[in-house]
Design a protein around this ligand. Structure first.
Ligand SMILES: [Fe+2]
Length: 315
C-alpha cells in the first residue's frame, strides 16, 4: 500500500527496565553498545553515528515502551502526521522539550491500535561527531523489533495499509516480516499472533560471522541465558543468536540479511509453519524465548510469548 511518506530506517527502540544501572551495564558491556548519556532515569545508547539506537527508561515493569522510525525528511513527517490525522488515529506531536531531550527534530507518535504498540515517526536524529567504535561486537545497526499482537490479522493489515510497511515473507498465520520501504532490509519489524500483545525481541545486526561465535562464548562466560541458537533463519538467510537481558527480555544478534530493491521487489513467500522454516541448523527455542513483557500502554497485556516457540515462529 502506498503511503504519502518514506521511511529511512528503524531508528531506536525504547525499553522499560526495572534496574537502569544493571541494564546499562548489560547493554554496554555485554551487547557492546556505546553509552552516550544517562540522566533522570533515562539512558541513551548507540551502535551507529546516531545519538541513540536504544533508550532505556527506569520503570516499575519491563517491556517495550515504543519503537521509533526515522523518515527521510521533515516533509515526510508532516505528510505522515496529516495522513494519520485523516485516518482518525489521533497522532500526538512530541513536545519541543522531549524532542530536545531525544536530540532529534520534530516528530509524533501514533498507536497501532490492534496491538497497542506506540510507534514514533520523526526526522533528523542528531549525528554524533565521534564514530561508534565497536567493543564487544562489530554492530552495524539496530536491525528489527518483533512483537506479538492479540489481533494479528488486524495489526498486520494496519501496519501494511496505514503505516505503509511492505511484507517480505510470511510464515503462514504465525509471523509476518515487514520492511519499512524503501529501506532495503528484509525486515525491520515483524509481528505474530499472541494471546496478549507483547514485546518479543530486539535485534542488532553484526558485520562478521565471528561476532556470533564470540558472542556465544562471551554470553556463556557471563552466565547469561541463551534462549535460541545459534542457527540460520531461512526467511532472511541470517545467522542468529538470542539471549536474555537482565529483565528477561530477548535480545538477538544476527549476521546477514536479504536486501530488497525499492522497485520491482520479489513477492512475499508463504512459508510452511514448521521449525525448519525458522532454523535449518536444528536449534530448539527455550520456553523463555520472546517472553519480553508488555507493550506499554497497550490495552491487552499478557505475559504470553508472541508466536509459539515450539512451532518455530518468531524471528
Ligand atoms: Fe529477529
Amino acid at each position: 500500500m502506498t503511503v504519502p511518506f518514506r521511511y529511512s530506517k528503524l531508528a531506536y527502540a525504547a525499553l522499560n527496565v526495572t534496574d537502569l544501572k544493571r541494564s546499562v551495564a548489560f547493554y554496554r558491556d555485554i551487547v557492546g553498545l556505546d553509552l552516550v548519556e544517562e540522566a533522570g532515569g533515562v539512558a541513551f545508547l548507540r551502535c551507529s553515528r546516531d545519538h541513540h539506537n536504544i533508550v532505556l527508561y527506569q520503570s516499575p515493569a519491563r517491556g517495550l515502551k515504543r519503537v521509533a522510525f526515522e523518515l527521510e525528511s521533515g516533509h515526510d513527517v508532516e505528510a505522515a502526521f496529516a495522513h494519520f490525522a485523516a485516518l482518525g488515529m489521533a497522532p500526538e506531536r512530541i513536545t519541543d522539550a522531549e524532542s530536545a531531550q531525544l536530540r532529534q527534530q520534530d516528530g509524533f507518535r501514533v498507536r497501532e491500535r490492534h496491538s497497542g504498540l506506540l510507534i514514533e515517526l520523526f526526522a533528523g536524529a542528531r549525528q554524533l561527531a565521534r564514530p561508534f567504535v565497536p567493543t564487544q561486537a562489530d554492530i552495524a545497526r539496530i536491525g528489527h523489533v518483533v512483537i506479538g499482537s492479540a489481533d494479528f490479522p488486524s495489526s498486520l493489515d494496519a501496519l501494511v495499509r496505514d503505516f505503509g510497511f511492505r511484507v517480505s515473507d510470511h510464515i503462514e498465520d504465525r509471523i509476518a516480516f515487514l520492511r519499512c520501504h524503501p529501506n532495503p532490509f528484509h525486515h525491520t519489524f515483524a509481528v505474530g499472533p499472541a494471546a496478549g500483545s507483547n514485546f518479543h525481541h530486539v535485534n542488532f545486526m553484526v558485520t562478521d560471522i565471528d561476532d556470533i561465535g564470540r558472542a556465544l562464548y562471551r554470553i556463556k562466560k557471563n552466565d547469561i541465558k541463551v534462549v535460541y541458537g545459534p542457527g540460520r533463519h531461512p526467511p532472511s538467510n541470517s545467522v542468529f543468536f538470542y539471549f536474555l537481558d537482565p529483565d528477561g527480555m530477548t535480545v538477538e544478534y544476527s549476521f546477514g540479511m536479504e536486501e530488497f530493491p525499492e522497485d520491482d521487489a520479489r513477492q512475499p513467500r508463504w512459508l510452511e509453519p514448521v521449525p525448519e522454516s525458522l532454523d535449518t541448523w536444528g536449534a530448539v527455542p527455550d520456553p523463555l524465548f520472546g517472553r519480553s513483557g508488555p507493550l506499554e500502554g497497550a490495552l491487552c497485556n499478557a505475559e504470553e510469548p508472541a508466536p509459539r516457540s515450539a512451532a518455530g515462529v518468531a524471528v
